[in-house]
Design a protein around this ligand. Sequence first.
Ligand code: F6R
Length: 613
Amino acid sequence: MCGIVGYIGKANAASVLIGGLRRLEYRGYDSAGLALLDGDVLHVSRAVGKVANLNESARADWDAELFQRAGTGIAHTRWATHGPPTEANAHPHLDESGHIALVHNGIIENYRSLRARLEKKGHHFHSETDTEVLAHLIGDCDKGDLLQAVRDALHQVEGTYGIAVVSSHEPGRIITARRGSPIVIGVGHGESIIASDATAILAHTQRVIYLDDDDIAVVTANAVDIRDLDNLPVTREIAELGLDAAAAEKGGYAHFMLKEIHEQPDSLANAIRGRLDLQIGSSVLAGMSTSPRELADISRVIMVGCGTSLHAAMVGEYAFGDLADIHAEARQAAEFRYRNPILGNRDLVVAISQSGETADTLAAVREARQKGAFVMSLVNVVGSTIARETGRGVYLHAGPEISVASTKAFTCQVSVLLMMALKLGRGRRFSRDEGLKLAREIEAIPELVRRVIAQDDSIAEIAARYLENEHAFFIGRGPMYPVALEGALKLKEISYIHAEGYHAAELKHGPIALLQEGTPVIVVACEGPAKDKTLGNVEECRARGARILGIITESDHEAEQVMDDFIAIPAAHPLVATIPATVALQLFSYHVARLRGCEIDQPRNLAKSVTVE
Ligand code: F6R
C-alpha cells in the first residue's frame, strides 16, 4: 500500500527519496510525490503512475542544482483510497499557507467533519483526500512550533496514520508520527531516513528505531527525539535490521516473484534450521516459550490471517487436528473480532502474516489479547507491528518478500505450522519414533522443493497450454483443499484469469455447471487418504470436457492416466506434500502470467501490505 520515505542529512535528498520510493514500489501504488526543502523554500512535485514518472516530472519541474543541493525532503507512493489516482490527490499535501508539507499512510476517519470545519474557517482544498485535511489541520494549529502543531492536530484525528511532515519555517527537522501505520527511522552517520518499511532504509543503514503507536519523533540529521502525544519523552531502542540489501534486489531474475519461488529451498532451510530436535523427535520453537504443562493445557488453536496467510492457516488446521489431536480453526481475520469470539486462557491464537502489518490481522490480535487468550504470531517481517504486539512468536526467516504475490512466506508459514503441530503432537500423543519420522520429513522439505523447482522449464511448457481460457478451477481435498485455494489465488492475482478454488467434492454442488469443453481444472491429487476420491472427482470433470492438469505424486501411473497434463512432486507425508504441491502451482501461475504478458510483481489494484480494514 502507500509508502513513506523521508530524508535529512548530508546526501542529495532527492536521490535518496526516489531510491527509497523505488524500493517501496513492490507495496503497490498508483501515484507518487516528493517535497524538497531547499533552505527555507518548499518545492513539491507529484505524478500519476510509476516512480519513474515522478523522477521525470520532478527533474522537469526543478533545476538540476536544486535536485543536487536539497538535503531534506519527504516522499510518498499512494495507493488510492479517498479519490482516484490523480496528480491532485497524490501526496505530499500542503496546508493552507503552503509552507507545511505532509505525507500520510492510513485513513483519517473523521476527515469529513474536520474538512467542513476548516472550510468554514476559510481553508481551500485541492484534492479529495483525507490526508489534505490533516495537512490543513496541522497548518491551522501552527503557532510557530511545528511539533506542537502536529501534536495538537493528531489529538483531533480519528483513524490511523503514519506521517512525515516538513515546514519551510523549520527547515532543520522532519516530524514523524504513527498510530496503526508503521514508521521506522534509520539512524545513519550525519543522516536520518524515515520510512514506512525498512526496505527503503536497507541501503543506508542497518540501525533503526521502530516507532510505537502515539509516538511523535523530531528527526534531525544527527538526532531522533521521541515523545508521546502528551509531549513526555519516550525511549525506543535502536535495533539492528540484520537484512542484506542484496536480498531486496532481483539478482538476475526476470521478476521478484520468480526469484522468490526459486529462493524457497533456502528460505525453507532458514525457517527450519535449528528448530527440529532429532533426539526427542520434536521441534524447538523458542518463540512459543511454553512449558510442557502449558502446552498440555492448550485446548484449542485458532489461527487468524488474510489471503495467502489464511490459506496457510487452513493447512495448519489440518496439521494441528491430524498431528496433535487438538481442535484447530483457521479464521478469516477481518471477521474475527466482529464475531465476538469466545476465547479463554486455554486457547492459543496464532496470528499469521507475512508483513506483520495487515490491519485485519492486527485487529484480531488485539481482540484475542483483550479476551485473555494466549496469543502468538507467525510473521516474516522482523519488528513489524504484529510481531511486537504479540510479544511472542516465531519468525519465518523467509527474507524480504518483494513480489506482491506471496510465495516463500506461505511455504515458510506452513513449515513452521507443521513444526508447531509436531511440538504439540509430541507433547500429547506422538511417540518419540513417530515424532522423529515427521521431523525427518520436515527436514527434507527444502530438498522436495528443490526437485519441483528443477522442473521449472517443463512447468513453463505446460503453462503455455493454459493461456487462452478466462476461467479456471482448482480443486483438492484434505490439506490439499487450501493448496487448491492458494493455487487459484496465485493464478487470478497475477494472470487476471478468473480462477476459483473449491473442495473437490463441492464442484458438483453447483460450480460444475460452468465446466465446458476445455475448461481448465487443476487438481491437487497427491498420494494420501483423499487421493482416490479426488480422482473420482476428476472423472466427473473429464466427463464434462474439462482439461485436467494434475499435481500428483511421482510415479503415480494411475493418476497420470486421468490427467491431460501433470506435474509430479516427490512422495511425502500428505501434510508435508502441501509445500512442494504449492510450489508447483506457484510456478504454473507465474509462467501463465508471464506468457500472457502481465505485470507480475505489481498486479493491478493490489498492495503488498494491506494496512486498512
Ligand atoms: C496474496 C497475498 C495476500 C496476503 C494478504 C495477507 O498473494 O500476498 O493475500 O497474503 O494480504 O498479508 P500478510 O501475510 O502480510 O498479512
